[in-house]
Design a protein around this ligand. Sequence first.
Ligand code: SIN
Length: 519
Amino acid sequence: MTGCGGAGGWRRRADVVIVGTGVAGLAAALAAHRRGLRVVLLSKAAETATFYAQGGIAVVLPDVLRDGGDSVDAHVADTLAAGAGLCDPAAVRSIVADGFDAVTELVAAGARFDESEPGRWALTREGGHSRRRIIHAGGDATGAEVQKALDLAAASLDIRRNHVALDLILDGGAIAGVTVLSDDGVGAVYAPSVILATGGLGHLYSATTNPDGSTGDGVALAIWAGLPVGDLEFIQFHPTMLYAGAGIGRRPLITEALRGEGAKLVDRQGRSVTDGVHPMGDLAPRDVVAAAIEARLSETGDECVYLDARGIADFPTRFPTVTASCLEAGIDPVRQPIPVVPGAHYSCGGVVTDVDGRTGISGLFAAGEVARTGMHGANRLASNSLLEGLVVGRRAGTAAAEHATVAGPTRIVDPGPQVRPALPRAELQAAMTRYASVVRTADGLHRIRDLVGTAPVRNLRNRNDFEDAALTAVASAVADAALARTETRGCHHRSDHPLTDPAQAVSIASGLAPATVGC
Ligand code: SIN
């Protein structure tokens, strides 16, 4: 990064600035770096959601394809079925078809996946998949392996830690850089290409499987810049987050791969939770299983259901991460059913992009969970997120490098003042948890809008201020989107509109007509 001095805070220049260092950010950075450009990564927090991913990467392998055991068509069909009518089929096909190539590059970077026999990757299954197509690493530590390989590959890149991207800087409608808060105060990094790879927004809720930094930053930056965001009503609740009383903040995930290996979801009386709910039973898509759990909890008044994984052979070896989390909570998963509840896990919507990560602002890209490519529709298929992050991250890095080469250096434009409405986090999270979780009503969603309307304006002086402001902006957009969708579809359940309405099989994106959303 090149310094350029001047008044009004510190200033730096780069060709490509990437906000976020999970799978999408690092894949993008490596692609842009390979093209010889000055890449700067801004990292707000030590932990990424990528690191915590357990299940794996859904990918069609050439040898399985040759044996007739799987196909791109089958993976596309499963993704579209889970997406409940809202995926963009062309986007899904494009991303799925590029999966093996992206995984091959990851292996070249040093990632190692579990094998069933020498030279053959072990495949598992998760909800919504019609076959075994999920590769995994370290048993249930796939994300940690992916993060480790990409961290190593990117070790020589310019990664700025404790740097919070506060705002996008625009010049005549094109991106010109990012306003940043670092230990040196507020400054700016100017660049003709910026990639948002900020991850998700699980901390809209009191408890989530996401790490601390998942506060909807990229979506908020896009909203403040007037960019379309879409499908935000579809927040996926993972059916099995470890339940340990009223725990708040990041809670351990209990991977769906347990159900792929035969674990059963039961209530306190030992009755199946999903019998008669869906032909795929416990391996139905996530939205179906999460809603079945919610229904059982409201029928019984219990606080959790249980995942009985006692029949799985070699449990501690196959699932070391889950084993450690359970033991830490005083549960032995080899001998006891694991108490679980649905937990906020993944944002299916986000900043509207094409399959190369391009947004509606020239030079601005988004990739990974922050983006809405049309891959996930109303409900993401399990283990399609690392896949999308790898594929679209790499493409966005390439496209951003090409754009920067053509556009050349940007002008220095002074960043605006950093003042935004921001609610106290716990108050916002309590309202979102109560009114915008798995099941919603118009009344509850209006309460969120009313609360957001009372948010006092705050000077964004530190990371916490910025995150509160981002969460407030995103909560407002989620409530608006959830109110506008007067039906039940995918992971958006309205108890006051319990049916799916075929007329609403279109994305709702702020600032875009539905027909143009699939860009
Ligand atoms: C899991 O391991 O169950 C989570 C995988 C995912 O979110 O795709």
